[in-house]
Every structure is written in C-alpha cells, then in structure tokens.
Design a protein around this ligand. Structure first.
Ligand SMILES: [Mg+2]
Length: 335
C-alpha cells in the first residue's frame, strides 16, 4: 500500500489567539492511501505545545516502508512516537476499515449515532469586538478563551453577559496565577459560567485541588491529559477532562482516555485542535460517549480540503456514510 503524505498549510479566517500563543495558519499532515480500490484519508496536526513540528513529521513519513504494508492490519506495524503521524495512520485505518466493512465509524466502534450541541470558540479578543462576533456567528454555546489577567478577562465576561444569557464555558489555557484564578472563579460564578478549563499551569496539581475546593464550577483539565494514566494523575484535582483525537494519537487512544475517565467518574468533553473537517468528523463519531462537545476547529480554516461533520444550528453529528465519512472539497486538489 502506498501512503501519500501531504503537508498542508492554509490560512485561518481570523487570528486565533489564546493566552500563550497566536495562530494565523493551519499546518497539518494529510495522508491518502488506496487499498483494494478504496481510498482512505488520515490527518495529523503537529502542536508546538507538545513539541511537534510539521518538518519532523514529514521526515518520519519518509521512514514508512510501504512494501511491508499489504493489509489494513499492517498499518498497525508502523511504529512512531510522533503523535501527528500516529493520529493520521489511526484515522486512515479507521476510514479504510469502515469503507471495507461498509459501516460508518461509529458503527464500526459499536457506538450509537448521536447529535449533540457544540460550543464555538471566541479566541482572545478585545471586549469591544465581542458583540459583533456574537451577532455574526450564530453561537449557541460559547467557549470563551481567557487567561490575560483579571481586568481584561472581566471586561470580556461582562461584554458577553451584556449581550446574551447563553451557556458560557471558559478556557484559560494555563493563563492565570493561583491568585488570579481564585479571583476569577468568583467572577465566573457571578457571570454564570458553566465550567472552566485549565485555569492553572498544567503541573500545579495542588493548586487545582485547592481551586476545586473553592467553587462549584466544574474544573476541566485539558493540556496535561495525553495518556489514560494522566486522567488518574489529575482525578482528584478536576471534575472532568478534555479529550482530543489529535492530542492522543487517533481514535483508539482517545477511546482509552474516555474509558479511564468514566471509570474514575469524571465528565468528558471532546475538543479539537485547529484541524480540517477530516479530524473533526472522526471525533464526531465518538459523540455518544461524551458529556460536552467543542468540535469547532474546522470553522476557522479559510480553505477546508474536506467536507464532513460541521456545527449547524449549534449542533454536530457524524455522517452515516461508511468510514469517517468525509469528501474532498470540490475546490481543493491535492495532486
Ligand atoms: Mg482547552
């Protein structure tokens, strides 16, 4: 089986700013392969936060021994420590396997088809821009990026609440000190925030425990939750965890993290990176397993090479087509 590894860089339709970084481009790996007349696709997105670059991923792609891959199961012999490549191969496997078995991915995984409401992100922006964003976006659940100090963050919260009473989930992306987080929790309560993600630095487990004792707002942990054992490590410091297909290395390890979270009676949010509709659609097949949904990464790509699951009217659902269920966008050519 010949696996085509294609680097893809495409602009975002806005500057996506969070507390520690700002992004204006999507950069990812798309893989395409044909097996028994069926074409399958996969995607992996390198995250600088986790130390991955597209250059490293592309170099690793050159080590794939295509001659040794004869069957779908052989895709599992490709060993790599680079999560983006691991993710793209896992998605390729599931896409081809679903198409071969003529089953949509959720059915292949013995899951049910569910449609769920998803939040849409408002990146860090001036509070004066927030009313305009809310008017234009049709957002029904807000995921508000914060983590830029109490004064600016409070202005953003006020701007939201002056405009809408819809559910608001806050993500500080490790941006607050302990002192700021303690102040912010009170303000989040006052502004009826539904939950808060990653209020402190990822390693500050005792700080997270303390914060949790101070509030009824559920605290979710995202950045340090990569492996199932991480869920256990943070179990007494959080109410829930954020899983992402791109973060864990594909559907298979994401299912393991969800299973561990449920065993530990933690709530689960499925989130995403800035990724194409391929990654988002793969994640949408897991909707029946999760409590909260944040699958909006494809909405920020100026040119999405795929069409698939997409938040419409505030909700998202997996396609019923075999495999992951995406099509190539008519306007996009890879070759
Ligand atoms: Mg997050």
């Amino acid at each position: 089986m010949k696996i085509h590894c294609i680097p893809l860089e495409t602009p975002l339709n806005l500057e996506f700013r969070i507390s520690r970084e700002s992004m204006v481009n999507y950069k990812g790996l798309i893989i395409i392969a044909e097996h028994d007349g069926i074409t399958g696709t996969g995607e992996g997105v390198p995250s600088s936060y986790y130390g991955h670059t597209l250059k490293d991923v592309l170099e690793e792609c050159t080590c794939i021994d295509h001659k040794k891959i004869h069957s779908l199961e052989d895709l599992k012999i490709i060993k790599t420590e680079l999560t983006p490549l691991k993710t793209s191969i896992d998605l390729l496997y599931h896409d081809l396997k679903g198409k071969e078995d003529k089953k949509p991915l959720f059915k292949l995984l013995n899951l049910s088809h569910e449609k769920k409401e998803s939040s849409i992100t408002i990146p860090l922006t001036e509070s004066s821009h927030i009313p305009e964003i809310l008017d234009e976006s049709g957002i029904s659940i807000i995921k508000l990026k914060l983590g830029e100090g109490v004064k600016k963050d409070l202005e953003r919260l006020k701007a939201i609440r002056e405009h809408t009473d819809c559910p608001v989930r806050v993500d500080a992306n490790e941006g607050w000190t302990r002192n700021e987080a303690t102040q912010m929790l009170k303000l989040l309560e006052r502004h009826e925030v539904e939950l808060v993600e990653q209020p402190l630095q990822k390693d500050d487990i005792s700080g997270l425990r303390k914060l949790r004792s101070l509030t009824d707002i559920p605290i979710f942990i995202d950045e340090p939750i990569v492996f199932p054992e991480d869920v256990e490590k943070y179990a007494d410091a959080c109410d829930g965890v954020v899983v992402k297909v791109m973060k864990h290395g594909g559907v298979t390890p994401t299912l393991k993290c969800i299973k561990r979270a449920k065993e530990l009676e933690k709530k689960v949010m499925i989130g995403c990176f800035l990724e194409t509709s391929l990654g988002i659609t793969a994640a949408s097949h897991l909707l029946s397993l999760v409590d909260f949904v944040d699958l909006d990464g494809n909405l920020f790509l100026e040119n999405d090479p795929f069409t698939g699951a997409r938040i419409t009217g505030g909700s998202i659902e997996p396609p019923l087509k075999p495999g992951i269920g995406v099509d190539f966008s008519p306007s996009f050519t890879f070759f």
